[in-house]
Design a protein around this ligand. Structure first.
Ligand code: NDP
Ligand code: MG
Length: 388
């Protein structure tokens, strides 16, 4: 029986993880749940799964959650600080980090320091501070198991292989809802159009990231740290069917790929069950549903974010932290109709060129960079908003 903490249990990954747990009550036991503001769902989950501890990060919802869970023997805490406490909670073997954004950084560090295994969905943490996180994980002997489908695929391809026999990896990208469009087509696209992902149903932020190719950029950075690769070993290939989740090419020229129906429950369950594989009733892959698998080069001129992410990775230091924070602000602004789709990359690029570069950041530098970038990006957004 594995005791599991789910940080972000009310989100897309969090709810799918709970589906997996619901189907395997003999294997997994939920001891911690967290949400930001969706008190109703958090309460319902707590009453069903009976964790020992629940965290609601939005203080405004604390009283409601506390009242509804009173008498059930569940401790309730509020605020961001409580997330780190929850990540290090004694009765937890595996922490699933399924919250969105750089707010995942501190709880992930707390989990590592408490020597918890980590199933990492919260890719922003590795983007912001990949060097720090992987160094700490090595120091504390903690395994970081990727939940992101591409990284889970690469991880699975690497089982039984030596890391130094990797020549390169290919991260597949669906291309999102705007694949094949040019900059002119994208000038006036709406959030409703951007939120329609062809293959995956996910949270709003990652869905916009997928439409703008920033998600692939973040995944390139995530892969660099998870698998300790050089920049020139990481390629992105557009594969609209999202059936091949990613590939590894070895130094003898052989390529391994991992395939499956596009369903996040598979990589979530792989990370939760690791090192075992557990039999599931998930729908099986049917080759006849996919008579053609196609591949294209990503269009980096239309979708500038992918190139910006490669640049940030090449620069290193706090640059990926800058790109991530700027992106969180512009995605939120786009979702609130404050800037246009293409303007998101303009703001990110300006943050990258104007903000202070730190070659060897420590944790405090990352937190400060995150804070400054958000303020600066918000100013840039409000200037653009006024110009609309
Ligand atoms: P969602 O937006 O669906 O869920 C986010 C979760 O985080 C919710 O539980 C939310 O709580 C909580 N949350 C939001 N803001 C905060 C905050 N400031 N502090 C603490 N908790 C917060 O996101 P997804 O599930 O789509 O994504 C989660 C992570 O997994 C992201 O990093 C994403 O990139 C990654 N990922 C997601 C995939 C997917 O298929 N969805 C695939 C691969 C990676 P509340 O509901 O109360 O707002
Ligand atoms: Mg992914």
């Amino acid at each position: 029986m594995k005791n599991i903490a789910i940080l972000g249990s009310t989100g897309s990954v969090g709810t799918q993880a709970l589906e997996v747990i619901r189907a395997n009550p003999d294997l997994y036991n939920v001891t911690v749940l967290s949400a930001h503001s969706n008190a109703d769902l958090l309460i319902a989950q707590a009453l069903e799964f009976k964790p020992e501890l629940v965290v609601i990060t939005s203080d405004a919802k604390y009283a409601e959650v506390k009242e509804m869970l009173a008498g059930h023997g569940i401790a309730v805490h509020a605020g961001e600080e409580a997330l780190s406490m929850a990540a290090a909670y004694e009765n937890v073997d595996l922490v699933l980090t399924a919250i969105v954004g750089s707010v995942g950084l501190r709880p992930t560090i707390a989990a590592i320091r408490a020597r918890k295994s980590i199933a990492l969905a919260n890719k922003e943490t590795l983007v912001v501070a990949g060097e720090l996180i992987t160094r700490l994980a090595a120091e504390y002997g903690v395994e970081i198991l990727p939940v992101d489908s591409e990284h889970s695929a690469i991880y699975q391809c690497l089982v039984g292989e030596k890391i130094d026999s990797i020549e390169k990896i290919y991260i597949t990208a669906s291309g999102g809802p705007f694949r094949g469009k040019d900059r002119n087509d994208l000038l006036k696209v709406t959030k409703e159009q951007a939120l329609k992902h062809p293959n995956w149903v996910m949270g709003a932020k990652i869905t916009i990231d997928s439409a703008s190719l920033m998600n692939k950029g973040l995944e390139v950075i995530e892969a660099r740290w998870l698998f300790n690769l050089r920049l020139d070993q990481i390629d992105v290939i557009v594969h609209p069917q999202s059936v091949i989740h990613s590939l590894v090419q070895f130094n003898d020229g052989s390529i391994k790929a991992q395939l499956g129906v596009p369903d996040m429950k598979l990589p979530i369950h792989y990370a939760m069950a690791y090192p075992d594989r557990i039999e599931t009733q998930f729908p099986r892959f049917n080759f006849m549903d996919y008579p053609e698998l196609t591949f294209y080069k990503p269009d980096m001129e239309t979708f500038r974010n992918l190139g910006l992410a490669y640049t940030a990775l090449e620069k290193g230091g706090n640059m990926p932290c800058i790109i991530n924070a700027a992106n969180e602000i512009v995605v939120d602004a786009f979702l609130h109709d404050q800037i246009g789709f293409l303007e998101m990359s303009d703001v990110i690029a300006q943050c990258m060129s104007d903000l202070e570069f730190i070659q060897q950041p420590d944790l405090n530098n990352y937190l400060e960079t995150d804070r400054h970038t958000r303020i600066f990006a918000r100013e840039l957004v409000s200037k653009k908003h006024l110009a609309i």
